[in-house]
Design a protein around this ligand. Structure first.
Ligand code: NAD
Length: 487
C-alpha cells in the first residue's frame, strides 16, 4: 500500500469543552473516529448525551444572562474577533494537516480553509462595527427607532465537509452579535473543532460564551434542537436531517437557519468559452472530493457541442490524480468515511444502468482499500434518473444534452433542490435572463464558485430555509425591537 502520512501529536481522546474546561461525557460514553485512508480508529470522542447538552446550555445561558459578552460594545467584541482571526490564520499549516487527515480532503485544498475561516471572523467584526439601524420620524407625532439585541444561546450544528471553515461561518456571526453558543460538530470529523477552545481562550473570549459538545446527531444534536433554552438553531447538513430538525424545533418555535443539500446544474451553451467551462465544471464537481454542497453535479450541454464537450471532459477527468490526501499532487483524496464511501459507490453502480460511463466507475487503480473513488463521468443521463435527481456528494457527475434555452431551463429546474447554478454563455442577455429564471439561491455566470461574504448564501426549495451572508446573518442572530416615542 502507498505511504500514508499521519500528523504529529494527534489526540487519542477528543473531549467536550464546556464553560472553559475540557470534559468527557457525563455518561462516559465515546464513539470511534476513523481516518479515511486506513479506516482505522485513531481516536475516541466523547459521545454527548442530553446531560452534556444541558450542562453546555446552562453555561452558555449563564454567560449570556450575567456575563460581559452580550453587553460589550461592538468595537470591543470586534477586537476579540480580530485576535481570533489572527490565531486561526497562524494555525493554517497545522489546521490543513488535521483537516486533511480527518476528512480525506486533498492537502492543497485544505490549505485555504484557515484563511477563509479567519476572513469570516474579520468580516463579521467589521460588520458589527459598521452596523446601524433605522430611525424613522413621523413629523409632529413620533420618532421610532430599532433596538438590535442578541437573542441568547445559539445552537450550531455542522457537517463534515470543510468542517472548521463551516463552523466559522456560524461561530463568527453568532458571536459577533453578542450571542453565546453551543457547537455540535459532525461526528465523522470532530478533530479540528477542538482547536477552537484554545483559540477562543487565548483571544480573551469569556468562559461559557463558546461551548462544544461532540456526539451523534440523533443524541447530542437532537438534545440541542429540543432544548427549551436554545432559541436559535443554525444547521448545515442534509435535507432529510433538516426536516427532522424543523419538526423537533417546532415545539419551542425556534429561529431556524438551514443550509441543506444540492444537485446544482452547470449549463453550457454553444457560444460559451468551452475550455474555461470545462476547467470550471471539472473543478465544480471534483474539487473537495465532490463533497461540496454547491457542486455542479449535473452538467447540461447544448447539443451542438455535446460530443466535443463529453470527449474533452472525460479525457480530463481520467487524468485527475487520486491519491493520499497529504500528497501535494493529489487532486481527489479519500471520501470521509466508509459509510459515505458505500453510499457513493452504490450511486456509481446505479449510474452504470442510467448513463453512458465515460470515466471512472469505481476504485482507482492501486487503491484496493480506503475510501477512494475515481472521478466518475456519466453522459446521456435522463432527467428521471436517480443520479440526475439525488445528491451523491462525491466525485460523480451526470451530463445531459439540451436543444434550446427552454429545454435547458426545464432540465436545470427539474429537481427538488435549488442551491446553486452555473451558467456558461457569452450572450449577456441570455445569461441574465437564465439566471433570473433559475430556481437556485446562488448563480455564477461564467465563473467558478467564488464567494463574496456580503451576498446572500443559501438555497431555495429543498436546499434551505433562510439566507445568511452579510447583514442577513446579523438579522438571523439578533432581535430587532421597534421603539416608538410620541413627540
Ligand atoms: P447530516 O445532515 O448527516 O449531518 C449534519 C449535522 O447534523 C451533523 O453534525 C449531525 O450529527 C447532525 N444531525 C444528524 N441528525 C440530527 C438530528 N436528528 N438532530 C440534530 N442534529 C442532527 O449531513 P452531513 O452528511 O454531515 O453533511 C453533508 C450534507 O450537508 C450534504 O447534504 C450537503 O449538501 C450539506 N451541506 C450543505 C451546505 C450548505 O451550505 N447548503 C454546506 C455544506 C454541506
Amino acid at each position: 500500500m502507498a505511504e500514508h502520512y499521519i500528523p504529529d501529536n494527534l489526540p487519542t481522546r477528543i473531549r467536550h469543552y464546556i464553560d472553559g474546561e475540557f470534559v468527557d461525557s457525563v455518561s462516559g460514553r465515546t464513539f470511534d473516529v476513523l481516518d479515511p485512508v486506513s479506516n482505522e480508529t485513531y481516536a475516541t470522542a466523547a459521545a454527548g448525551q442530553k446531560e452534556d447538552i444541558d450542562l453546555a446550555v446552562a453555561a452558555a445561558r449563564k454567560a449570556f444572562t450575567t456575563g460581559p459578552w452580550p453587553r460589550m460594545k461592538p468595537r470591543e467584541r470586534a477586537r476579540v474577533l480580530y485576535r481570533i482571526a489572527d490565531a486561526v490564520e497562524a494555525q493554517e499549516a497545522r489546521l490543513a494537516q488535521l483537516e486533511t487527515f480527518d476528512t480525506g480532503l486533498p492537502i492543497t485544498q485544505a490549505k485555504g480553509q484557515a484563511l477563509r475561516a479567519a476572513e469570516n471572523f474579520r468580516f463579521f467584526a467589521d460588520l458589527i462595527v459598521a452596523q446601524f439601524d433605522d430611525a424613522m420620524k413621523v413629523p409632529g407625532a413620533q420618532i421610532n427607532y430599532v433596538n438590535r439585541k442578541p437573542i441568547g444561546v445559539a445552537g450550531l450544528i455542522t457537517p463534515w465537509n470543510t468542517p472548521f471553515m463551516l463552523e466559522s461561518w456560524k461561530l463568527a456571526p453568532a458571536l459577533a452579535t453578542g450571542n453565546t453558543v453551543v457547537l455540535k460538530p459532525a461526528e465523522f470529523t470532530p478533530l479540528s473543532a477542538s482547536l477552537w477552545a484554545k483559540i477562543f481562550q487565548d483571544a480573551g473570549l469569556p468562559d461559557g460564551v463558546f461551548n462544544l459538545v461532540n456526539g451523534l446527531g440523533e443524541e447530542a444534536g437532537d438534545a440541542l434542537v429540543k432544548h427549551p433554552d436554545v432559541p436559535l438553531i443554525s444547521f448545515t447538513g442534509e435535507t432529510t436531517t433538516g426536516k427532522t430538525i424543523f419538526r423537533n424545533a417546532a415545539e419551542n418555535l425556534k429561529g431556524l437557519s438551514m443550509e441543506l443539500g444540492g444537485k446544482s446544474p452547470a449549463i453550457i451553451f454553444a457560444d460559451a468559452d468551452l475550455d474555461a467551462a470545462i476547467d470550471s465544471t471539472l473543478f465544480g464537481v471534483f474539487s473537495l472530493n465532490g463533497e461540496r454542497c454547491t457542486a455542479g453535479s449535473r452538467i447540461l450541454v447544448h447539443r451542438d457541442i455535446y460530443e466535443e464537450f463529453c470527449d474533452k471532459y472525460a479525457a480530463r477527468a481520467k487524468k485527475i490524480v487520486v491519491g493520499d490526501p497529504h500528497d501535494p499532487t493529489t487532486e481527489v483524496g479519500a471520501l470521509v468515511h466508509p459509510e459515505h464511501y458505500d453510499k457513493v459507490a452504490r450511486y456509481v453502480e446505479i449510474g452504470k444502468s442510467e448513463g453512458r460511463l465515460l470515466a471512472g466507475g469505481g476504485r482507482p487503480e492501486g487503491r484496493p482499500t480506503g475510501n477512494f473513488i475515481a472521478p466518475t463521468v456519466f453522459a446521456d443521463v435522463a432527467p428521471d434518473a436517480r443520479i440526475f435527481q439525488e445528491e451523491i456528494f462525491g466525485p460523480v457527475v451526470a451530463i445531459t444534452p439540451f436543444a434550446d434555452d427552454a429545454e435547458a431551463l426545464a432540465l436545470a429546474n427539474n429537481t427538488r433542490y435549488g442551491l446553486a447554478g452555473y451558467v456558461w454563455t457569452n450572450d449577456l442577455t441570455r445569461a441574465h435572463t437564465f439566471a433570473q429564471n433559475l430556481e437556485a439561491g446562488m448563480v455564477w455566470l461564467n465563473s467558478h464558485n467564488v464567494r463574496d461574504l456580503r451576498t446572500p448564501f443559501g438555497g431555495v426549495k429543498a436546499s434551505g430555509l433562510g439566507h445568511e451572508g452579510g447583514y442577513r446573518s446579523i438579522d438571523f442572530y439578533t432581535d430587532q425591537q421597534a421603539v416608538h416615542i410620541s413627540i
